[in-house]
Design a protein around this ligand. Sequence first.
Ligand code: GDP
Length: 411
Amino acid sequence: MINSDVIRFIIVGHVDHGKSTLIGRLLYETNSLPEDKIEEIKKTSKELGRDTEFAYLLDHLEEERTQGITIDTTQVFFKTQQRGYVIIDAPGHVEFVKNMITGASQAEAGVLIVDVKEGLKEQTRRHSFFLSLLGIKQIIVVLNKMDLVDYSKERFEEVKKELESFFDSLGLIPLSYIPISAYRGDNISKKSDKLNWFEGPAFLESLDALKCRESKEKEPLILPIQDVYKIQDKRIAVGKIEAGRLRVADLVRILPSGLKTKILSIEKFKERPQEAVAGESIGFTLKNDVFIERGSVVCSPFNGPSFTDNFSAIIFWFSKDEFSKEKRLQIRCATQKTTCKVERIRERIDSSTLNVIEEDAEVLKNLEVARVDIKTKKPLALKNFSEVEELGRFVLTEEGNICAGGIITSV
Ligand code: GDP
């Protein structure tokens, strides 16, 4: 287990279903807010003739952010007695998917918020689909605004049933479905009397039950190279170990050359450890002067990633310009880069309804998803996303602009 003291999760849901209110409520109930901030929100709420309105809190934070003050609303922190949490709050689903696919933000769990009165909406479906696409397996569903349906068990069960069959179609089983009122504070940090028919946990209890990401230390080594520095007469390669471990004197294989050599030293700030493991960013030197550069991948000599120029993937096209098969694109996967062609669009998918619009398509429009076959100019070290995320996710760029993100489904 790594990061056992902090869990990163993302809250998604249809607009107005209560995401900001829930985040505000979580900060309030975990005492993560300065006193003056709470007073400010109470005052604003009162002026507007409402009860304490936690959604304003995020507006306040957003304001501070745009004024360049302190808080970044895309990363909200709070703590329970168990551990710390980071909420990754993406302003919209395009940003969210972009960040997740490009690796800018990684979440270990997803919270889907659904207005119990309204039920499933377009973005509920779209966001859940992306959670499944991005391999987020720990999902908590909160049915919000229970106060608006008189805390009705029947309505809760009705929407829950609808959601269950939807998640079933995505091959996902959420950990729990929890009735809450983010606005009134029911079932957030403790069980609410108004929901005494509900036998499951309060929302914070279900967060505390989440598991941390499994460590990849025991897997075969994968270390994409970010840079190589020449310091005095040493060539120090640096990168983050994505899987496995690296020890001094280990035999390793360097892609793309395929040459094998041994590790001479591991270098960390003011340290020269004998060993480093998955998750660590390190520098190291090689015994022989084997060529290594940004984009090389150091791996186990016996059990490396696939080294190939073709693979199948799911891509999310988020450029205003239509995609057509003639386009020459650049692909970036970890630190590797080359040109590529989408050879076949097997299925073109509407990302809100998830319906297949067309098979064997020629074009893709903004915000569409597709199952594709890609051919790259040079072979790359790749893995299925479900195995090693960093070598299984990529972005496609056109003239330097990111136009799509994707994950490898079969390599
Ligand atoms: P977001 O777009 O998902 O961030 O939604 P907001 O948090 O801004 O909430 C949208 C509206 O729903 C606001 O007016 C909230 O006060 C209201 N709201 C959020 N949660 C609840 C709830 O539990 N009960 C009630 N009655 N209203 C809520």
